[in-house]
Each structure stands twice: as structure tokens, then as C-alpha cells.
Design a protein around this ligand. Structure first.
Ligand SMILES: NC(=O)c1ccc[n+]([C@@H]2O[C@H](COP(=O)([O-])OP(=O)(O)OC[C@H]3O[C@@H](n4cnc5c(N)ncnc54)[C@H](OP(=O)(O)O)[C@@H]3O)[C@@H](O)[C@H]2O)c1
Length: 242
């Protein structure tokens, strides 16, 4: 497989960790970002310093805008050539019950969390001809709690698309999903927020980034795996203990 990866939302948090992890395994990285110009540039500098033989290029796109999503893969092809891996990691996460979900909020969630990965996956299948797509969903897709109704619906839909696309685009394109649970607290909250929530899940602790990176390696190395979902959630998908 060609070792160039496009990672959406790569400047910070989970996307940054994936970028560093893949770079340490010899991948060139197309670092996609939207508002995090400073962090994206800093990451590019760090990766270029630590892995001078590899290529790290920045791609800015607002994934809520269909035309910017459509242009992203062609721009990566022009600069870095054919990517063998697409990681749909970028996401928006807004709290709202169904009853309070405005059409604008629904559009924001669906456009970034579902429509953008849909367009990128479809274009990847057309342009890359072979390779791997990893879609980031959420352990919330197994339950019907509606506190983040539009977010949950966007991720449930992304998982359905993952299975459909795996069937249509095989055997040359594999498509799998990772469902994180308690990984990193929202930016405005501290670790205490996750520790409190973790009391009710089977593993009784937040997972951090490591389970996600291990799951990525598993998907990369297991070339018979397609249309599958790996939960990195300490058992949260089983339900809450209390
Ligand atoms: N963190 C967790 O505990 C957790 C739990 C369950 C599932 N997940 C899933 O795991 C993935 C990574 O989580 P995370 O917490 O690292 O995500 P995050 O910090 O909430 O978002 C990642 C990136 O998405 C990008 N993004 C948002 N709106 C965008 C837009 N309109 N256009 C382009 N990019 C946009 C942002 O890029 P810029 O900063 O450049 O604007 C942001 O840095 C997500 O798919 C998330 O749903 C995470």
C-alpha cells in the first residue's frame, strides 16, 4: 500500500495523535485542518523535524462546505500523489435533545460528521482505486439516548455508510470504523469530567488515546477486515453498570 494518509481534523487531539503515530511508522501525512492554523503548522514543523525523509503537507478545508470537501482529495493527489489511507476523524459535537434540535444544528452535524466523510469516501474509491478508509464514529451509536441527538444520528448514519461502502467498494478498498468512548474530555472540561463518567462503564476508567492507536494498527495490519467496527470504549457499548 502507498504510505500516504489523509487525516481530517489532524491538528489537535485524536487527529494529531494519529498523525504522529502514523508518521512514526513511515507514513507521509496530509494534515487537514479548518480553524487550527497554528496547531496544524506546529504539527507540520514537528513531524518534518522528527521524520525528515517523509512528507507532511497542510490542507485547509471547511468540511461543512460541500465544494471544499470535493476539492480536498484532488488537492492531496496533486501535492502528495495517491493516498493509500483516508481517516475521517474531523467532527463537531453539539449537545441538544431532539426536541431542541434546530434545522441549522442538524445540518451542521450531518454536514461535517456524515456528508463530508461520505463525499471523501466516494471520491477516495474513485480516485485512489485501492486502499483503506477508517471512519471515526462513537460508542453512542449503540444507544438511543438523545442528549446529543444530531451528533448521534450523524455517527449512526456514518456507520451504516461504512458497511454499505465496504460491500460496494471491495475488494480493493477496505472500509472500517472505530468507535471511541471516554477518550479525551471536551476542550473546555478537565479529566475529572471523564473520570466521573467512567465510574459507570465496565473498565471504570477513561481509555485515552492508546486504544485508538492500537485499533488503527490492527485495522491496518489485518487486510481481510472490512465493514467492521472496533469499539475503543472500555465496554461502554454494553450499557452502563448503574
Ligand atoms: N474525544 C472523545 O472522547 C471522543 C469520544 C467518542 C468519539 N470521538 C470521535 O473521535 C474523533 C476525534 O475526536 P476529537 O475529540 O479529537 O475531535 P474534536 O477535537 O472534537 O474535533 C476534531 C477536529 O475536527 C475539526 N472540525 C470541526 N469542524 C470542522 C469543519 N467544519 N471543517 C473541518 N474540520 C472541522 C476541527 O478542526 P480545526 O480545529 O482545524 O477547526 C477539530 O480539531 C471524532 O470523530 C469524534 O466524534 C471522540
Amino acid at each position: 500500500m502507498i504510505k500516504t494518509a489523509l487525516i481530517t481534523g489532524a491538528a489537535k487531539r485524536v487527529g494529531k495523535a494519529i498523525s504522529i503515530h502514523l508518521a512514526s511508522r513511515g507514513w507521509n501525512i496530509a494534515i487537514h485542518y479548518n480553524s487550527s492554523d497554528f496547531d496544524a503548522r506546529k504539527l507540520q514543523e514537528e513531524l518534518s523535524r522528527d521524520f525528515p525523509e517523509q512528507q507532511f503537507e497542510l490542507f485547509k478545508a471547511d468540511l461543512s462546505q460541500a465544494d471544499e470537501v470535493e476539492s480536498l482529495l484532488p488537492a492531496v493527489f496533486d501535492t502528495l500523489g495517491n493516498p493509500g489511507l483516508l481517516v475521517n476523524n474531523a467532527s463537531v459535537f453539539e449537545r441538544s435533545f431532539l426536541g431542541q434540535t434546530t434545522t441549522e444544528l442538524l445540518d451542521r452535524q450531518m454536514n461535517v460528521n456524515f456528508r463530508a466523510p461520505f463525499i471523501l469516501t466516494r471520491n477516495f474509491a474513485k480516485m485512489a482505486k485501492s486502499g483503506l478508509v477508517i471512519n471515526f464514529v462513537d460508542t453512542r451509536i449503540v444507544n438511543n439516548q438523545s442528549g446529543f441527538a444530531a451528533y448521534s444520528l450523524s455517527k449512526k448514519t456514518l456507520w451504516e455508510m461504512t458497511k454499505m461502502a465496504a460491500l460496494e467498494f471491495g475488494p480493493n478498498i477496505r472500509i472500517n470504523a472505530i468507535a471511541p468512548g471516554l477518550t479525551l474530555p471536551p476542550e473546555e472540561k478537565g479529566e475529572d469530567y471523564l473520570l466521573k463518567l467512567a465510574g459507570d462503564i465496565a473498565m471504570k476508567r477513561p481509555g485515552g488515546l492508546d486504544p485508538i492507536l492500537k485499533s488503527m494498527d490492527f485495522i491496518l495490519e489485518n487486510d481481510y477486515l472490512t465493514g467492521q467496527l472496533l469499539f475503543c470504549d472500555g465496554g461502554e457499548n454494553l450499557g452502563l453498570a448503574n
